[in-house]
Design a protein around this ligand. Structure first.
Ligand SMILES: NC(=O)c1ccc[n+]([C@@H]2O[C@H](COP(=O)([O-])OP(=O)(O)OC[C@H]3O[C@@H](n4cnc5c(N)ncnc54)[C@H](OP(=O)(O)O)[C@@H]3O)[C@@H](O)[C@H]2O)c1
Length: 198
């Protein structure tokens, strides 16, 4: 398969790359990747799809959202996630459905905060929940046999230390389990699923 991987240089993305690139032609896309794309710009997404012709799958392990205590949270704080992690991923699908091969798949990334919030996570939770619901609904309408799923990990092992006490009491997921969630979505037949790696 020819797979576009957004965020291939990231903590999660590089593990997805290691796994998928053993079997597939994986194109690394990000602001500084082999294919340059800024997912916050629809023009940039369209350009990416035009430059990588005939892809079979898009995997997104990128998308910014902002943590902030509710008492200090501003509209702009919320819009960071809406523009980045939410509309960035939604636009990858809205635009990509015109470009992907028949039977192609989209795999997006959300996260445990949709279900189990921590302090300061309201804006991130909103975006994760929104993308999960988008995936469930969009799967019903995608044409030409295309599929869509979200991988929804808990805090991952390689990030646990950086987050300090934020995720106290959460069991970090191994990088292998997380990467396997993406493999299930790309290589399997499932669609409309939120693949929880908790
Ligand atoms: N880490 C965790 O424990 C965890 C748990 C659950 C969910 N998640 C979610 O998983 C996703 C990836 O997390 P991560 O920790 O792996 O992130 P990360 O290490 O910060 O990596 C982010 C990746 O996304 C790319 N990127 C960032 N902004 C972009 C943009 N505007 N357009 C295109 N590419 C962009 C970066 O490359 P460039 O700088 O080259 O653009 C990089 O490859 C995030 O949405 C995060 O919320 C993470």
């Amino acid at each position: 398969m020819k797979i576009i991987l957004l965020g291939a240089s990231g903590t999660i993305g590089k593990r997805i790359y290691d796994k998928l690139s053993k079997k597939h032609d994986v194109i690394r896309a990000s602001r500084s990747g082999d294919v340059k794309v800024d997912m916050t710009s629809t023009g940039s997404i369209e350009k990416m799809y035009k430059s990588v012709a005939s892809a079979d799958a898009v995997v997104c392990a990128a998308g910014e959202a902002k943590f902030a205590p509710l008492s200090d949270m501003t509209e702009d704080d919320v819009y960071v996630g809406i523009r980045g992690k939410m509309m960035g991923q939604v636009n990858l699908v809205l635009i990509g459905q015109k470009y992907l091969n028949d039977g192609g798949s989209f795999t997006l990334t959300t996260g445990i905060l949709a279900d189990d919030p921590i302090a300061g996570s309201a804006a991130v939770a909103l975006v994760n929940g929104g993308v999960n619901s988008f995936v469930t609904a969009a799967a019903q309408e995608l044409q030409r046999g295309m599929r869509i799923n979200a991988v929804c990990p808990t805090v991952v092992e390689d990030s646990a230390q950086a987050y300090g006490d934020w995720f106290a009491g959460f069991d970090p997921a191994s990088m292998d389990r997380v990467a396997n969630g993406y493999v299930r979505s790309v290589e399997g037949l499932i669609t409309g699923r939120v693949i929880k790696i908790y």
